[in-house]
Design a binder for this molecule. Structure first.
Ligand SMILES: NC(=O)c1ccc[n+]([C@@H]2O[C@H](COP(=O)([O-])OP(=O)(O)OC[C@H]3O[C@@H](n4cnc5c(N)ncnc54)[C@H](OP(=O)(O)O)[C@@H]3O)[C@@H](O)[C@H]2O)c1
Length: 261
C-alpha cells in the first residue's frame, strides 16, 4: 500500500514552483489531491504542468485564500468530490516582493501579505477542521510552509518576514488548542528553494547564495515535499507544533564561509 493511499489532500498554491512538487509527491504516494492557485489562469497553467509531468487525477480550482467565499467554494468541491479531507498543506504565499524598505512601503501592502499568508492560512485551516477533520474518526494533519526568514530576516521584505514569524506562532497556538482534539499542526521552514525565479537570477548571485549554504545548494521543491510528506504522515504522529527547518544548514551558521574570519 502506498504511503497516502485513501488520503485526501489539499495543497494551496499547488499550481506553481514548490507547490507543484508537493502535489506531485502526494499523488505519486497514492493520495487524491486538490490544489488551488489564486486565479483561474494560474490554476489552469499549474494543472497543465502537472498533466505534462504525468501527474494525474488532481482536481484544481482557483481560490484566493484571503477570500472566505472562495475558500468555502473550494471546500464545497472537496465535499462533493471526496466527502473528506485528511491533510491540509498551507503552501500559498504572497512573497511581498517590491514593497521597498519599511520607511517607504505602503502599509496597504503589509495588509495584503498578512491577508494571504496569515489570515488566509488560518481560515483555510479553520474550515478544514470544522468541515472535515472534526467529523472524521481519523482526524487530520495540517502542514504550514513558513520560512527561515521568520527567524533570521532578509532585507526589504518586512511584511513577508513578519508574516512568516506570525505563521510560526500560529502553528504553535493552533497545535496547542487542536492537540486534545486529535488534530496535528506542524510547519516546514525552508531556506532557499530553486524556483523559476532562479532562472532569471544573475549567475554570480546564484553562486553567492549557494556559498551562503553550508550544504552548498538550495533546496529542490522535492526536498521540501519530503519534509511536508513526513509531517503529514503517521511517521510524525507524536509531533505537533514543530517548526522543521530545511535550509541546507543556513540557520546553524553565524556567518557565510567567505566572511567568516
Ligand atoms: N522559494 C523560496 O526560496 C522559499 C523560501 C522559504 C520559504 N518559502 C515558502 O515556501 C512556500 C512555497 O514557495 P514558492 O517560492 O514555491 O512560492 P511561489 O513561487 O511564490 O508561489 C506562491 C504560490 O502561492 C499562491 N498564492 C499566492 N497568493 C495566493 C492567494 N491569495 N490565494 C491562493 N494562492 C495564492 C500562488 O498562486 P498564483 O500562481 O496564482 O500566484 C503560488 O501558487 C511559500 O509558502 C513560501 O513562502 C519559499
Amino acid at each position: 500500500m502506498k504511503r497516502f493511499e485513501e488520503k485526501v489532500v489539499l495543497v494551496t498554491g499547488g499550481n506553481r514552483n514548490t507547490g507543484l512538487d508537493i502535489v506531485e509527491r502526494f499523488v505519486r504516494d497514492g493520495a487524491k489531491v486538490y490544489m488551488c492557485g489564486s486565479s483561474a489562469a494560474s490554476t489552469e497553467r499549474g494543472a497543465a504542468i502537472l498533466a505534462s509531468r504525468g501527474v494525474e487525477g488532481v482536481v484544481s480550482q482557483a481560490c484566493d485564500i484571503s477570500d472566505l467565499a472562495q475558500v468555502t467554494a473550494l471546500f464545497d468541491t472537496i465535499e462533493k468530490g471526496s466527502g473528506r479531507l485528511d491533510i491540509l498543506v498551507n503552501n500559498a504565499a504572497n512573497q511581498g516582493l517590491g514593497h521597498g524598505g519599511p520607511l517607504e512601503m505602503d502599509p496597504a501592502k503589509f495588509h495584503e501579505v498578512f491577508n494571504v499568508n496569515v489570515i488566509g492560512g488560518f481560515q483555510v485551516t479553520q474550515m478544514a477542521c470544522n468541515r472535515f477533520f472534526m467529523k472524521q474518526e481519523t482526524r487530520g494533519a495540517v502542514v504550514f510552509l513558513s520560512s527561515n526568514t521568520a527567524m533570521r530576516a532578509i532585507r526589504g521584505r518586512t511584511a513577508y518576514c513578519s508574516s512568516k514569524g506570525a505563521i510560526n506562532s500560529m502553528v504553535r497556538a493552533l497545535a496547542l488548542d487542536l492537540a486534545p482534539l486529535g488534530i496535528r499542526v506542524n510547519c516546514c521552514a525552508p531556506g532557499y528553494i530553486y524556483t523559476e525565479r532562479w532562472d532569471v537570477l544573475d549567475p554570480a548571485k546564484a553562486a553567492r547564495r549557494r556559498l551562503n549554504c553550508p550544504l552548498r545548494r538550495e533546496a529542490k521543491g522535492s526536498d521540501i515535499a519530503n519534509v511536508v510528506a513526513f509531517l503529514a504522515s503517521s511517521d510524525s504522529s507524536n509531533m505537533t507544533g514543530e517548526i522543521v527547518t530545511c535550509d541546507a544548514g543556513c540557520s546553524c551558521q553565524h556567518m557565510p564561509e567567505d566572511v567568516d574570519v
